[in-house]
Design a protein around this ligand. Structure first.
Ligand SMILES: Nc1ncnc2c1ncn2[C@@H]1O[C@@H]2COP(=O)(O)O[C@H]2[C@H]1O
Length: 806
């Protein structure tokens, strides 16, 4: 392996190592994105169709940029991996790295699930290999044995990745919150900037503080001029030139300035990429070339296992997160598990033939996307071009000044910064956003991830970011799960009741409390639930209804809290009821797994049911047994009605079955003399209904009004578009129904069904007209009372609305 650059490296000691390392680190971490649409999506959105020629032109341009982004990285990673073995292994390392960039890149580019995910060697995995070799050498292994140990670890890492893909562990990355991903992208971009800046400013040491030293070697104005030219041309080209990738325009401009500078003016020489000989890259696989000393493996198995796990985890993480970020950018969705399986197989291959392990890279992927990649051709062609460039373009590539490549990397890093986070941050700082609480959490998490990444490393930053997000989420969800509390004195069950009963409910209804719960009942929210319930019970509540309508989930701690609340009620002689919970839920037709057969009727379809998680959890944790199934209600209204009945039994007179007593207590007949009531009774028609009978149906056209003497009727309406019906009220004895159609002559506004055996008196329009002729006084009184009934219903409805809106 001949790398001219390596000669410079050895000759000038660390002079160029610093540059290479800086380039390497800068490029690794570039994990860009988004400030605008990549050209491809932009064209897709505009609906512009391209010819194959145009697509190929963009892909080839993008491949060239990808190759230029890969080359310096690959050289640097090779040097990193074999650094502990000394300079004589440098060319070996570079060939192992470039070989991986070519072979891994071509195969994953061709067969990878994500067409724009460019894969190849990475700095982190190169560092793990270096430390494995270092430990083996310290324990007394020879260089060859240390290399064997390292590549067995690569092979095992490949198996690990393949198995992780089979077990679909890649999906775990979906749980990375957006602010963490944004912080990851920004941290990567900043790391690129920080690591590349010294090179772009001509500093010869890798330490960024060196650029502030007034040493003439630290800041070369010539270097700054070259990198600034590259950056500016790249930015201008990104906005103005469509045909050539902006990165190449910048690179050409920066290189031109360099050669003009060194040929016309006696300006400083820059380190160049240097010549690389292709013939040295392909060599015998490492396991064949070096004599494998298997005996060496057993005492060093710990190195193999830890390195394999670390490489496997880091590679998988890089691949999955890069694939997700590329997906977000290109509006696609790739199967990361399939990607992991392919990467696993390729890393097994890399381990066998002694090439560096590979994983998905954001930097190179974004480089080809920003350069206008249209298809996966740009991906594999960038690796192929790398191979070709070593043969054909070697002189051109060799002549590129490092300062210009540093400028190119900086420009890509700046474009990669996640703009939405910075927009949010600037809005927070300038106070332009009216509700800062909405975005402050996201911005803080994002900044936190960036800070950890800069202080430690990206992997820890993402882990800590996810942890902080989870903690913030739990705290956010730990708010009081009681969204509203109302008393039975203000809100009654939907029952048409006699005045005396309504009065009784208004007087004693404060003994009934409904607590509307919301969100998740879990370990984070249970203590607040318990304290709210305790406070509520202390106010003299006898009947407590917990409404689960807005509860999304429950865990065992939530169930335990319910059992404790039930015990608390028992101890205090109170009654607990749970509403809006059912064992099963009806599946909407489009969620049903199997399509109903053509023979199945709509009714049959409606009855497909699925067990409810909340019910199952309550059952599993013994809540249903403790509270008693009879105390669970499908609707809160039913639970409220049940509590009202219990209350009425305690505090109100027994229901009165005598017909005249019913009449006397009815609001409709209020103020009538006994004679008037008797006359009305003679004019009216008596009708008996059996339990389940249909009195009339919604939309029927008839104008008969009914007075319920005893029994109970449900008022039911059709729910439009579902074929289902819903009970909205219950009529009890002494109340009127069917009056609406009599008054306005329109079809029935609801269906009335007898829920018990019932007796009614009824009058139709004709009876009413006859009554008006002979007994005007009765009709006037009836109409007056009817007005009062309607007015009181309106007031009650208003009170309920105001109560529920609180
Ligand atoms: N929301 C409601 N609450 C109580 N009763 C109702 C309600 N809606 C309709 N009704 C009764 O149901 C009857 C259906 O027939 P009508 O429209 O003639 O008269 C209606 C009322 O008497």
């Amino acid at each position: 392996m001949v790398v001219k650059y390596c000669h410079v490296l050895h000759e000038s000691k660390i002079r160029t190592t610093g540059n290479l390392y800086r380039i390497a680190f800068s490029c690794i971490q570039r994990t860009p994105d988004r400030g605008g649409y990549p050209p491809m999506r932009h064209l897709m959105i505009k609906g512009i169709r391209q010819t194959r020629l145009e697509t190929a032109r963009f892909d080839i341009g993008a491949a060239c940029v990808g190759m230029l982004a890969t080359l310096p990285q690959a050289v640097a990673y090779g040097l990193i991996a074999f650094y502990p073995l000394g300079p004589q292994w440098a060319s070996f390392g570079i060939s192992a790295s470039i070989g991986s960039a070519i072979l891994f890149g071509i195969i994953s580019g061709m067969f990878g699930v994500n067409p724009f995910l460019v894969s190849g060697p990475r700095a982190v995995t190169a560092l793990v290999l270096a430390s494995a070799i270092q430990i083996a050498i310290t324990r007394g292994s020879s260089a060859g044995d240390a290399i064997v140990i390292a590549f067995v670890a690569v092979l095992a890492a490949g198996i690990f990745q393949f198995v992780a893909g089979l077990l679909r562990l890649g999906n775990a990355a979906s749980y990375i919150p957006a602010p963490v991903l944004s912080g990851f992208v920004n941290a990567s971009a900043l790391l690129v900037l920080i690591n590349t800046l010294p090179t772009a400013l001509g500093s010869l040491t890798p330490d960024i503080t060196a650029i502030f030293e007034p040493d003439e070697n630290s800041i070369l104005f010539f270097a700054i001029a070259i990198s600034l030219t590259t950056i500016s041309f790249q930015f201008i080209a990104a906005r103005t030139i469509r045909f050539v990738p902006a990165a190449i325009v910048g690179l050409v401009a920066g290189t031109a300035i360099y050669y003009i500078g060194v040929s016309i003016f006696p300006l400083a020489n820059a380190p160049l990429i240097g010549a690389i000989e292709f013939s040295e890259i392909w060599r015998m696989p490492i396991l064949i070339k070096t004599t494998p000393v298997w005996n060496e493996l057993s005492p060093n198995i710990d190195i193999v296992i830890t390195s394999a796990l670390t490489i496997g985890l880091l590679s998988s993480f890089d691949t999955v997160i890069s694939s997700r970020a590329i997906d977000a950018r290109t509006a696609r969705h790739s199967d990361v598990n399939a990607e992991l399986r392919l990467h696993g197989l390729l890393n097994i291959l890399m381990g066998f033939i002694g090439f560096l392990p590979g994983s998905g890279t954001m930097s190179r992927s974004v480089a080809i996307l920003d350069a206008g990649a249209r298809s996966r051709t740009a991906n594999w062609a960038s690796s192929l071009t790398l191979a070709l460039s070593l043969l054909i373009f070697a002189p051109l590539v060799a002549a590129l000044p490092i300062w210009a490549t540093a400028g190119m990397v900086i420009a890509i890093a700046i474009q990669a910064i996640d703009q939405p986070t910075f927009i949010k941050l600037s809005k927070l700082v300038t106070g332009k956003f009216p509700y800062p609480r909405v975005i402050v959490g996201d911005v803080l998490i994002s900044l936190f991830v960036v800070a950890i990444a800069l202080l430690f490393n990206l992997a820890s930053a993402v882990c800590v970011g996810v942890l902080v997000s989870v903690i913030l989420f739990v705290l956010g969800m730990s708010k009081n799960p009681v969204r509203r509390t109302y008393l039975g004195s203000r809100i009654h069950a939907h029952r048409q009741r006699k005045v005396a009963i309504v009065e009784c409910l208004e007087k004693e209804g404060h003994r009934i409390a409904v607590l509307e719960l919301q969100g998740a009942l879990f370990f984070g929210s249970c203590s607040r639930l318990r304290s709210t319930v305790s406070r509520c019970l202390e106010t003299g509540i006898d009947y407590l209804i917990l409404d689960f309508r807005h509860v999304t989930s429950i865990d065992s701690t939530g169930s335990e809290a319910l059992r404790a609340i039930h015990q608390q009620c028992l101890d205090g002689g109170k009654h607990l009821f749970l509403s809006s919970i059912q064992p099963e839920r009806r599946l909407s037709p489009n969620k049903q797994r199997s399509e109903p057969s053509s023979s199945s009727s709509p009714d049959q379809r409606d009855h497909r049911l699925k067990p409810r998680w909340i019910w199952l959890n309550l059952d599993a944790n013994g809540v249903i047994k403790a509270v008693g199934k009879e105390n669970f209600f499908a609707e809160t209204d039913a639970a409220l009605a049940h509590c009202e009945e219990l209350l009425l039994r305690r505090f109100c007179d027994k229901p009165d079955r005598g017909i005249h007593r019913v009449f006397a207590k009815s609001l409709l007949l209020n103020g009538m003399t006994r004679d008037q009531i008797t006359t009305l009774g003679h004019k009216a028609q008596r009708q008996r209904f059996k339990k389940g009978d249909l009195v009339f149906q919604q939309d029927d056209t008839c104008n008969r009004a009914y007075f319920l003497i005893y029994g109970r009727m449900d008022v039911v309406i059709n729910v439009p578009g579902t074929g289902r019906q819903k009970r909205i009220n219950t009529i009890t004895e002494g109340t009127l129904f069917g009056e609406v159609a009599l008054l306005d002559g329109a079809p029935r506004s609801a269906t009335i069904v007898a829920t018990t055996d019932a007796l009614c008196l009824s009058l139709d329009g004709t009876d009413f007209a006859a009554l008006r002729q002979d007994h005007q006084d009765i009709v006037t009184r009836l109409l007056l009372n009817l007005n009062r009934i309607l007015a009181s219903r309106l007031r009650q409805a208003n009170m309920m609305i105001s109560e529920l809106e609180q």
